[in-house]
Design a protein. Structure first.
Length: 148
């Protein structure tokens, strides 16, 4: 299985930014956890982060041509603002799981809106960096089911 784990703006600031919301794990901890888990399960994974919406869209589009089996996507603040990211996910038709480290459903009203959710097979929220592992497991099950 070939996966893309894509992170949006400010996720590179994990461990520094609002630890009461996002915990004390750093972005480096997140990347290491994902890489270790994928290595143990023989999944190929690419983990990327960008603060730029266009870069995220480009990577989603590239995923189609790179034959990515699934995308784990934490769009950060773009969750609540970007129809362009929704359109990119729809365009590639790659199973995508939306992930949020914090419990967005318990935060500010504007964080209740997710533009990308309608193109995702699931949303995982409030489980810290372990939410990424749950998302990987969901995608593995999806890929296995579609291969049967």
């Amino acid at each position: 299985m070939k996966l893309l784990v894509l992170n949006g703006p400010n996720l590179n600031m994990l461990g520094i930014r609002e630890p009461d919301q996002y915990g004390s794990d750093t972005y480096s901890n997140l990347v290491n956890r994902i890489n270790e888990y994928c290595s143990q399960n023989n999944y190929e994974v690419l983990v990327l982060q960008s603060n730029h919406e266009g870069d995220l869209i480009d990577k989603i589009q590239d995923s189609y041509f790179e034959k990515i089996d699934g995308i784990v996507f934490n769009p950060g603040g773009y969750t609540h603002t970007s129809i362009a990211l929704l359109d990119a996910i729809k365009a590639v038709s790659i199973p995508t799981v939306e992930v949020h480290i914090s419990k967005i459903e318990e935060r500010e009203d504007y964080r209740q809106i997710s533009y990308i959710r309608e193109a995702c097979i699931a949303t995982i929220s409030g489980k810290g960096i372990e939410g990424y592992i749950e998302a990987i497991d969901l995608l593995a099950a999806q890929v296995k089911a579609s291969g049967d």
